[in-house]
Design a protein. Structure first.
Length: 364
């Protein structure tokens, strides 16, 4: 039976697609599998993939949403061109398996794999499957999902691949007696661009807490929003550390007792494996409201609380923080987060790719 030698990964746009795909790429390379990547010109993959030492191919393709009538009229031409471009890349690289994890390149790349009779695997990170993955699931030899509701019975549910350094944090969830010995720690994460609602309302909510109850605060405010957020904390006489970015999220999670954040699929997965309690404020304009549904996975296990942004008043946020910032409560939530985590997502996705390649090779 011939071993899998080459895998083409398709992922791009945001970290939510690219970072899980990088975890898969690392695992495949450890098995001496050659990995190349299919992306688009504007996504974060253009920085992260070359840094990982992986060959990146770009398809000239963009999304359909928000492009108006002109975008939809020119879509057939643009998609057809991207499909043939992807086919040319696959003819040169000759992958044994093509794996799609979302992003603009996955659509034409998945069609190209199907046309070339190359086994296609897809992985959906969100609780609500995106348009591209819904279509590709009909062509794929194997479909994986992070959440049960994404595809129902048509997919194997394995969670989301996360980085090893983050997964290692949750091996021993934080205990109440440790937190009782010091001030509690609140990490606020708004993503690379920040979250204006969190930047504006956290300082006000924390100011309403009694000084002895108020936690240490580390707030990631986003690009060009550090100064305004720091000024908001100063105006309320609330001590804080404000950063535009956090490069080492493993270190940030390790520091934190409670995380206030959006509920992108990768964030939900990271918090679960790292055993970190969360207060989720889903991005209200996410397609199909998928962030709210992502959050529900940890809310249902009592590892998190979710407050939709339209209800994120100063008083509501203060009450939520007062309720959660208790050592016993946080310790219970941390344990439940880890119990809800999928700890072998990367391994299962990797083994699925290798097994499929072997089956298809034997069939040929």
């Amino acid at each position: 039976m011939t071993a899998c030698r080459r895998v083409l990964i398709m992922a791009g746009g945001t970290g939510g697609h690219v970072i899980p795909a990088l975890s898969l790429a690392k695992a495949l390379k450890a098995q001496n599998v050659e990995v190349q990547w299919l992306g688009s010109p504007r996504g974060i993959e253009n920085q992260l993939v070359p840094e990982a030492g992986i060959t990146l191919h770009q398809l000239r393709i963009s999304g359909l949403r928000g492009n108006g009538v002109t975008g939809w009229l020119t879509a057939p031409i643009n998609i057809s061109r991207a499909v043939w471009q992807a086919r040319a890349i696959m003819r040169r690289f000759r992958p044994d398996v093509v794996v799609g994890l979302g992003g603009f390149a996955s659509g034409p790349g998945g069609i190209a794999a199907w046309l070339g009779r190359i086994p296609l695997v897809i992985h959906e990170q969100n609780a609500i499957a995106g348009l591209t993955n819904r279509a590709l699931s009909r062509l794929a030899k194997k479909t994986y999902a992070a959440f049960p509701q994404a595809f129902g019975q048509r997919a194997e549910v394995i969670g989301n691949p996360v980085r090893d350094d983050i997964a290692a944090l949750g091996e021993t969830p934080r205990q109440a007696d440790e937190m009782c010995k010091r001030r509690l720690r609140l990490l606020v994460v708004g993503g690379s661009l920040g979250a204006v609602a969190l930047n504006e309302r956290l300082p006000l909510a924390l100011a309403k807490m009694t000084p002895e109850k108020r936690p240490d605060v580390w707030h990631q405010a986003g690009k060009n929003r550090e100064e305004a957020t720091q000024s908001a904390y100063r105006a309320q006489n609330v001590e804080s550390k404000v950063s535009p970015f956090i490069d080492d999220m493993a270190a940030a999670y390790e520091w934190a007792d409670l995380v206030v954040c959006r509920s992108g699929a990768l964030t939900v997965a990271e918090l679960a494996v790292a055993a970190k309690p969360a207060l989720f404020v889903p991005f209200p304009f996410a397609v199909d409201d998928h962030q709210r549904i992502n959050a529900q996975a940890l809310v249902d296990t009592q590892a998190a609380v979710c407050v939709v942004q339209s209800e994120l008043t100063e008083a509501r946020l203060t009450q939520a923080l007062n309720d959660l910032l208790r050592p016993d409560t946080l310790a219970e939530m941390a344990a439940k987060a880890r119990q809800a985590a999928y700890l072998d997502s990367t391994e299962r996705l990797m083994q699925g790719c290798l097994t499929l390649a072997q089956k298809e090779s034997a069939r040929d």
